[in-house]
Design a protein around this ligand. Structure first.
Ligand code: ADE
Length: 225
């Protein structure tokens, strides 16, 4: 998979993909990520990419021209399966959307800033608008990093134990059951006996019950979906 990211703050995206699974995915050649500074396509020598909004009001808007030129230029190199704008008024990101995007070949992510991007780019280029939650961040870079991480770890071969993605919270609309590691007894707090029993059938049943119970208590909305 290849992911291009358009941003006015490329430095914010330098580190997130250089560690752990995203690093491994790139080293294995399963994922390539290219961060493109939008100012390359600025409208003037001052690097301008934003302007005042029509109708008045506080806050700048990211202009059509740099974004359209950037997208046109990148689209000459590859055909995008999705052009995604990260924005708080987009569809709230869910595992089902992550799963679907992880099956694509080429993605282009657009990070917004200030008041956002000119509506005409959203109307004419963007195929998906994604929010990472009902709160407003100062820009789309951290949401883009989150989206890439969520997608990247699902690419086959990225996780060491491929089945582990299948047992993630949300993959079956259930939260994950509790997990324990050594020691069996820590300050008198014991690991549930069943996990030490060696009976895998009973352990699977226990885990499923725990996942159901946890979901019921914490996220009953997931059980309705
Ligand atoms: N940009 C600012 N806030 C955001 C959010 N919650 N999700 C996606 N992009 C954003």
């Amino acid at each position: 998979m290849h992911i291009d990211i358009l941003t006015v703050l490329p430095a914010l995206l330098e580190s997130p993909f250089q560690h752990s699974m995203m690093k491994r995915a790139q080293e294995k050649g399963l994922l390539t990520i290219e961060v493109h500074p939008l100012r390359q396509w600025a409208v003037n020598e001052y690097g301008q990419v934003d302007d005042y909004q029509y109708g008045g009001g506080a806050g700048m808007v990211m202009m059509c021209e740099p974004l359209a030129n950037a997208i046109d230029s990148l689209s000459k190199q590859r055909k995008y399966d999705a052009i995604i704008y990260l924005t708080p008024d987009g569809e709230t990101l869910k595992q089902s959307r992550v799963n679907q995007l992880s099956l694509q070949q080429n993605l282009l992510l657009i990070c917004g800033h200030y008041k956002g991007i000119d509506e005409r780019i959203r109307a004419n280029y963007v195929t998906h608008e994604i929010s990472i939650g009902d709160y407003v961040l100062s820009g789309g870079e951290l949401p883009a990093a989150i989206l890439v991480d969520a997608i990247g770890r699902l690419i086959p071969g990225v996780l060491n134990d491929e089945t582990s993605a299948l047992t993630d919270s949300f993959q079956d609309n259930l939260l994950s059951p509790p997990v324990y590691t050594r020691p069996e007894d820590f300050r008198g707090w014991k690991v549930p006996d069943i996990l030490l029993s060696g009976n895998h059938k009973l352990i699977d049943e226990w885990r499923h019950d725990q996942a159901m119970q946890r979901t019921q208590e914490r996220r009953p909305d997931l059980l309705k979906d």
